[in-house]
Ligand binder design. Sequence first.
Ligand SMILES: Nc1nc2c(c(=O)[nH]1)N[C@H]1C(S)=C(S)[C@@H](COP(=O)(O)O)O[C@H]1N2
Ligand SMILES: [Mo]
Length: 315
Amino acid sequence: MLIKQANDILSSEITDQSVYEERRRFMTSSIGLAVAASLLPIQSSVAGYGGKPLTFNKNSQFDTSEDLTSYDKITNYNNFYEFGTDKYTPAKNAQALTTDPWSVQIEGEVEKPGLLHMEDILKQHAIEERIYRLRCVERWSMVIPWLGFPLAKLIKQVKPTSKAKYVQFETLHRPSEMNGQKRAVLDWPYIEGLRIDEAMNPLTILAVGLYGEVMPKQNGAPLRLVVPWKYGYKSIKSIVKIRFTDKEPVSSWTKVAPNEYGFYSNVNPDVDHPRWSQSKERRIGDFLKRDTLPFNGYAEQVASLYHGMDLKKYY
Ligand SMILES: Nc1nc2c(c(=O)[nH]1)N[C@H]1C(S)=C(S)[C@@H](COP(=O)(O)O)O[C@H]1N2
Ligand SMILES: [Mo]
């Protein structure tokens, strides 16, 4: 049989980069589209969370002609200080993390505070595939096919009060499984924050997977933030708490070096990091550097959020 039903595709096949790319090319070719439309369900479904398949639709609004970074690179070159400060050990060390059961505490300025269980989050929100660029403050970038849903949907569900001006996120603190937390490299737990309008922006997602499968542990399983127009460190991993506040949260990186890592952290080629220029970046897998784009190439969608602000002051 030429094409399998999406339900028949095993996750082990999907995780293989070449199979994924082949399927992607096939699905986007005109013949592929016609055949796919007649034979395949629009949704794809592979092994997911809690023994339940992760079902998702591709959101073609967030497609790209750029090459995807390989699954191998995305899952073996990570920043996840809870599992070590270099890029290579999280892939190994993060496997110790228990991600099921998992829940997220909602607190602060909301009408509906409480504990959200991961299974319910997955049941309540339609999962989309979106391809986003991720630009790390350390001058490398990747192109990643995320699975997730707009954070705005979860925020609307818990009904913030009029005092909620900011959203603060917190990563799990569990040194028994997160060996990096045995050292005080950061003030654990890892904290990040957004202004509420940034959090509500349609580009901001909570991601639950990548490359068609459940989130690898080193990439922030089971639930992480992805804010594509900001430096990578704003995209906090393995979230256990979301707090609505009237005060600007102090993120972990701002706490260690406020002159290097500001609250906004918008990708900006015109504002240098004190120790290096931010004008160029290396796409992982490429040899030559490329220009960094304002707001990581998402200016059209988000520049208006900062209208009238001096982005050299609010870095
Ligand atoms: N909890 C937590 N979240 C984190 C980090 C971290 O160390 N701990 N690193 C950040 C940084 S600096 C980057 S660049 C991205 C990297 O995400 P990736 O490993 O999935 O590419 O995660 C961000 N989220
Ligand atoms: Mo980063």
